[in-house]
Design a protein around this ligand. Structure first.
Ligand SMILES: CSC[C@H]1O[C@H](OP(=O)(O)O)[C@H](O)[C@@H]1O
Length: 346
């Protein structure tokens, strides 16, 4: 997949993103010209996936800096910070969103004018996007070495090009393994309730001619029990010293993989690591009941019944075999500070 998930269009001066809620039925892009529209896109998961949220948040700050033209720098920066905080409030769990927003905002705090600030913010956002692509390819190269020459890999949700600027993290590992000549088949869990696995991962891999079959999330343990899964590779939204936060259902797969002695890998850039929090401190996003209660116009449960709809769960690092990063592979237990400070392979 060559398309970029979210990028800046210099001709129109707007953010272009792939509208992911329309996939797989329709491939379309949106030209986003306001911070409010970008915030809506993030809340609706039109733009989604931890690294992609980091890139989108960075371009959101660049858009805010372009749109505000208050000549007084103090009020200009206050207005841009308000937009940045508004974007940051859209989704709490993926650390990359706040990381991309804050890194871009910090780059303009000493600008001499709004014009200079807008130029700087856009440059930094495009650097973040380019870094994401480079990191995904390094993550892929690292992880591909851990996969057997012939294997079936189970993945959950979408940690592919659509969850990043391009290439992907978990799917980046699979793409790199295929590029290295390995015979990899993929089992993609549909990932209820929004079906990022059946809608997006299956779409991405089928376009790349990588063998993929979709299963219900509840089928994963049975396939492991039958010996049909050789490895699990998933993405991440936030990694603390004691847990990996990822799409709801990941913890279930990790427990089952441990029971069946199947390696459980996580693929994520070091920007996903959080040195400030522990598992108990992280806010896990809860989403609207209607994501479970309805499928289009079809009612799936009584209106009178409430739902619990966590968007993520947390997997203790003890259940993780290794984490593939752009700096190399990390085996728990690990020090997040040491990982973030290391410039070379781990
Ligand atoms: C490459 S990390 C992608 C990560 O983000 C997804 O969440 P969402 O679709 O709600 O943004 C999921 O947790 C993926 O593993």
């Amino acid at each position: 997949m060559e398309e970029k998930t979210v990028y800046w269009d210099h001709d129109s001066g707007s953010i272009i993103f792939i509208e992911q809620t329309a996939l797989p039925a329709e491939y379309r892009t949106v030209s986003c010209k306001s911070v409010e529209r970008l915030a809506e896109a993030i809340r609706r998961l039109e733009v989604r996936g931890a690294p992609a949220l980091g890139v989108a948040g960075a371009f959101g700050v660049a858009l805010a800096a372009k749109l505000h033209d208050d000549s007084n720098m103090d009020s200009f920066l206050r207005l841009v910070r308000e937009d940045a905080d508004y974007l940051n409030s859209t989704r709490p769990t993926a650390v990359n969103l706040s990381w991309g927003i804050n890194r871009t905002y910090e780059s303009i705090k000493n600008a001499a004018s709004p014009e200079e600030a807008a130029e700087t913010a856009l440059r930094v956002a495009e650097e973040i996007a380019a870094e994401d692509e480079m990191m995904c390819r390094k993550i892929g190269e690292t992880g591909a070495k851990f996969l057997p020459d012939e294997c079936t890999v189970l993945t959950h949700c979408n940690a592919g090009a659509l969850a990043c600027y391009t290439w992907g993290t978990a799917l980046g590992v699979i793409r790199s393994a295929v590029e290295a000549g390995k015979n990899v088949s993929v089992i993609s869990c549909e990932t209820r309730p929004l079906n990022q696995g059946s809608r997006l991962t299956a779409w991405e891999l089928s376009r790349d001619n990588i063998p993929v079959k979709t299963i219900t999330d509840s089928s994963a343990a049975f396939l492991m029990k039958r010996g049909e899964i050789d490895a699990v590779v998933v993405g991440a939204d936030r990694i603390t010293h004691d847990a990996v936060f990822n799409k709801i259902g990941t913890y279930m797969h990790a427990v089952c993989a441990k029971h069946h002695e199947i390696p459980f890998y996580v693929a994520a850039p070091t920007s996903t690591f959080d040195a400030t929090l522990s598992e108990k401190d992280v806010v896990v996003e809860q989403r609207d009941r209607n994501e479970l209660a309805k499928c289009g116009d079809r009612l799936l449960m009584p209106d009178s019944v409430d739902a619990i709809n966590y968007a993520f769960d947390s997997t203790p690092v003890e259940l993780v075999t290794a984490i593939f990063t752009e700096k190399g592979a990390v085996r728990p237990p690990f020090s997040v500070d040491e990982i973030l400070q290391r410039k070379v392979g781990i």
